[in-house]
Ligand binder design. Structure first.
Ligand code: MN
Length: 424
């Protein structure tokens, strides 16, 4: 199912009057609205191939109907999102859930939707049917060299699939760790993992990046071998200039100061990218911005400030990806909400008065610092984000069009009511 430009324009036409009023107000309130709009138009968030169906939990899964049955349909779904918001111009594949059979055809299909391939993700956290050795006790950390070798070869295979699609980064997330004290020798687990990562790193094309994603707990609950940003940074520093830390919002212990973590990783030139989601308790994988929108803004504030300090390109120098799971919402509506929340937080970070903030910080004027942050956070920037979408050919209200055009019903008609997307 494809949305035509006429559908979107007809929708925009009906709502443009009210939008113009809101836009006039916000553009009169901020400095350099055109510069901000251009940055919003350039910013793209990658959609993971595993987030297009209902993920479920370990207690159950309730498929919603019309889920993509293969990689081609997943690309079509991301194409639908991108047509609506013009900010979802990339897809991130998970291997082996989404192995492209014909790389060239897949690349052409993606290009026809205006999509690129973002990071490819390896999977050594579960056993596949045809797999010789088990990852029950870890993969890259495993005490058995043969298991490590199998996991290394899988990662190298993933790089090859990525090269065929024009991807330029590999994300390695490991479930390796221990469930009980005494189970692992921590140093041996670290050294084995480092040695394995070295072999994968050696297989990277020279323009590729390797992202090392950390997670504090789950599925191992006593220790994780890449458990926090310190450990990830250690690996990245030891591996070399193509290795970076990847920060996933939900992979921290409660109350971690994630904005401080990204600020320091950026300072060290070792922040590779970000996985967006939100949570109340742990790695809940809820819609980003649904629980803690202020923290999302604070993170974006550090990202923008840190990237500007280094002269980095906001849109291309870091990897931006959603990593969420959907249990009760339509996955496509959830992803539209996610991208909207990200764009709002980014826009708010862009309008922080940096000169005034810097002056207030140097004067230890704590009250003024807070006022400046919250002035940006409490500014309604939705019309700016909408204007950036419309200028790119997208919809004023993406979810409105999605519902008006009955997109989900169309997908159910095409694909059936009982389809189950591959992946989680
Ligand atoms: Mn993640």
């Amino acid at each position: 199912m494809r949305l035509t430009q006429q559908h979107i324009e007809a929708h925009n036409e009906a709502h443009i009057g009210q939008h113009k009023k809101r836009l006039d107000f916000i553009t009169s309130e901020i400095e350099n609205p055109e510069g901000t709009l251009q940055k919003l138009m350039d910013f793209q968030v990658a959609i993971p191939s595993w987030a297009l169906g209902t993920g479920g939990t370990r207690f159950g899964r309730f498929p919603g109907g019309g889920e993509p049955r293969n990689l081609e349909e997943k690309i079509e779904d991301v194409g639908l999102l991108h047509a609506l918001n013009r900010s979802s111009g990339a897809i991130s594949l998970h291997i082996p859930w989404d192995i492209p059979k014909d790389g060239k055809a897949i690349q052409e299909l993606a290009a026809s939707h205006g999509l690129k391939f973002d990071a490819v993700n390896s999977n050594t956290f579960q056993d596949q049917q045809d797999q010789a050795l088990s990852y029950k006790f870890g993969s890259l950390q495993h005490v058995d060299k043969a298991v490590r070798k199998q996991a290394i070869e899988h990662n190298i295979e993933v790089i090859k699939h990525g090269v065929a699609l024009g991807s330029e980064s590999l994300t390695v997330w490991l479930s390796d760790g221990a469930c009980f004290p005494g189970q692992l020798n921590f140093r041996r687990a670290f050294q084995n993992t480092l040695e394995s990562l070295h072999e994968i790193y050696a297989a990277l094309p020279s323009h590729w990046k390797m992202f090392i994603e950390y997670k504090a707990f789950e599925p191992n609950f006593y220790s994780m071998t890449v458990g926090d940003w310190g450990q990830s940074l250690l690996y990245a520093q030891k591996l070399g200039p193509q290795a970076y830390t990847l920060v996933d919002f939900g992979h921290h212990l409660p109350n971690a100061n994630i904005e401080q973590i990204v600020a320091l990783l950026l300072m060290e030139g070792k922040l590779g990218g970000f996985h967006f989601n939100d949570s109340k308790y742990g790695d809940d994988d809820l819609t980003v911005g649904s629980i803690r929108p202020y923290q999302l803004f604070l993170i974006f504030n550090e990202l923008v400030e840190g990237m500007d300090a280094k002269g980095m390109n906001h849109a291309t120098d870091l990897g931006w990806m959603i990593d969420a799971s959907h249990n009760v919402k339509d996955p496509l509506e959830d992803l539209l909400q996610s991208v909207e929340a990200i764009m709002i937080a980014y826009a708010q970070a862009l309008i922080v008065d940096r000169m005034a903030l810097n002056a207030a910080q140097l004067e230890n004027d704590t009250v003024r610092c807070q006022e400046l942050f919250q002035a940006a956070y409490r500014t309604d920037v939705r019309a700016l984000v909408a204007e950036a979408r419309v200028r790119g050919g997208g919809a004023l209200e993406p979810i409105g069009v999605f519902r008006e055009m009955r997109v989900r019903d169309g997908l159910v008609m095409e694909r059936g009511a009982r389809t189950v997307a591959t992946g989680l």
